[in-house]
Design a protein around this ligand. Structure first.
Ligand code: HEM
Length: 398
């Protein structure tokens, strides 16, 4: 059997001219691309802000103020990610015929440049699709993969942003011309839009751009309710509708964290360790200490958030009571044995803030088991995964 020659394959491939929609053109792709670039830029910056919450670098001012910041940034992360999905689809539809522009025949500088450019666009498209798909599946709590979402999503974010910057640098002259031109301008080989065989060429660029903006807006509207309270009723795709025991959603149950027995142990004691000394408190003894009440948000890394009224002992009061200096970093340990968040680090600037509580009550009722009974951490401006539940030990770091 004779292998097909390159020419034979080329003959079977469609050519860009075979795609006749009058909507395609750099004037459209440049505008959709700009919107897409903005959503990816917001995703990257808010994503890196989330990344730094886990291990705050000394140069970055991460602290309890402003109280709602992480709620806003991670909500924005997911909203702009959702907005990017229809934009990416329209962008790919717009540029897809260009994939069939064949590289120059001879091995020349032009050939190398063409192949490199196609390769960089390939990396950008693959990384972009991965970020949006992995992010959307993650917040839907469906993890059809064996890798660490957080680490991989962060690593591919750098690839996506790097490839995006290369793409913008290479395409800048074209982008500027296209953005400066009228949307329906025809400076390329597409048919003139005044042709009366409109039905052949389908929608105009303006209607495609309007459609893309509407789809993007709708994607945000249908998910934003998990962050924006007044949209809660219409955001049918919001992963959390805001309801849960004590009027607050649950991400990890006591059963999933394997604390459903240990947390109900009547001999439970919270240990506060300062230097070599340890002070132990039963829940009743904690309830007898001076209580503080604050309205603070739970802001999940998945983008949903909800404010609630928390009552308990402030961590700085407890540390002081145990003879420690509240201007210290504190290691928090949980009864939780399953999952990655059985411990967390409370930096000194959170400990010093009396709104950082060892909470015993939620919305005026004793904490339920799934909300972290017998006691849990709640601090302003912190990702939900670091608001440790079922706390058994606070250790002042030397
Ligand atoms: C539909 C779109 C997206 C969704 C739903 C989404 C969702 C998420 C979630 C849930 C996290 C928190 C991970 C965790 O702490 O466990 C996260 C982190 C992050 N995201 Fe996205 N994301 C999306 C798109 C993007 C895009 C387009 C970029 C960048 C180009 C990006 C960059 C990041 C970065 C850098 C982090 C920090 C990861 C870390 O903590 O190490 N995300 N994203």
């Amino acid at each position: 059997m004779r292998l097909p020659r390159v020419e034979d394959i080329e003959k079977r491939l469609p050519t860009p001219e075979d795609f006749t929609s009058r909507a395609r053109g750099t004037e459209l792709t440049a505008r959709v691309g700009t919107a897409l670039g903005i959503t990816f830029g917001i995703c990257f910056l808010t994503g890196m802000w989330s990344h730094f919450q886990y291990d705050p670098p000394g140069w970055l001012p991460i602290g309890p103020q402003p109280t709602q910041l992480y709620r806003v940034t991670q909500g924005l992360h997911v909203m702009s990610g959702m907005a990017a999905i229809p934009l990416l689809l329209v962008k790919l539809w717009g540029v897809y015929p260009r994939l069939f522009i064949l590289p120059p025949k001879k091995l020349s500088r032009a050939f190398v440049v063409d192949v490199l450019e196609k390769a960089s666009i390939g990396v950008l498209v693959a990384a972009g699709i991965f970020q949006l798909a992995s992010g959307a599946l993650n917040i839907a709590q469906w993890y059809p993969w064996a890798f660490s979402f957080r680490r991989t999503h962060e690593a591919v974010a750098w690839v996506a942003i790097g490839a995006l910057l290369v793409h913008i640098a290479v395409k800048l002259p074209i982008i500027r011309t296209a953005l400066g031109a009228d949307l329906e301008d025809r400076d390329d080989d597409h048919h003139d839009s005044t042709d009366d065989d409109d039905e052949q060429h389908g929608p105009t660029r303006r209607s495609v751009l309007l459609g893309a903006s509407a789809a993007s807006g709708l994607a945000v509207l249908l998910t934003a309710g998990q962050t924006v309270p007044f949209l809660r009723k219409i955001s049918v795709f919001g992963v959390r509708d805001g309801d849960g025991p004590e009027d607050l959603p649950i991400n990890r149950t006591a059963r999933a964290a394997r604390t459903d027995k240990t947390a109900l142990d009547p001999n439970f004691r919270l240990e506060v360790m300062v230097g070599g000394a340890t002070m132990a408190f039963s829940r009743e003894q904690l309830m007898a200490l001076p209580q503080r009440t604050h309205r603070l948000p739970i802001a999940c890394v998945e983008g949903w958030s909800r404010s609630a009224l928390w009552t308990g002992v402030s961590v700085c009061d407890l540390i002081e009571l145990a003879g420690g200096n509240p201007d210290s970093d504190v290691k928090v340990r949980s009864l939780q044995t399953k999952g990655g968040f059985g411990t967390s680090d409370l930096p000194a600037n959170f400990v010093r803030d009396h709104r950082t509580l060892l909470a015993l009550e939620l919305n005026g009722e004793a904490l339920t088991l799934d909300h972290g009974y017998p006691c849990r951490i709640i601090a302003p401006n912190r990702p939900g995964v670091l608001q440790t539940k079922w706390v058994r030990q606070l250790e002042v770091k030397a």
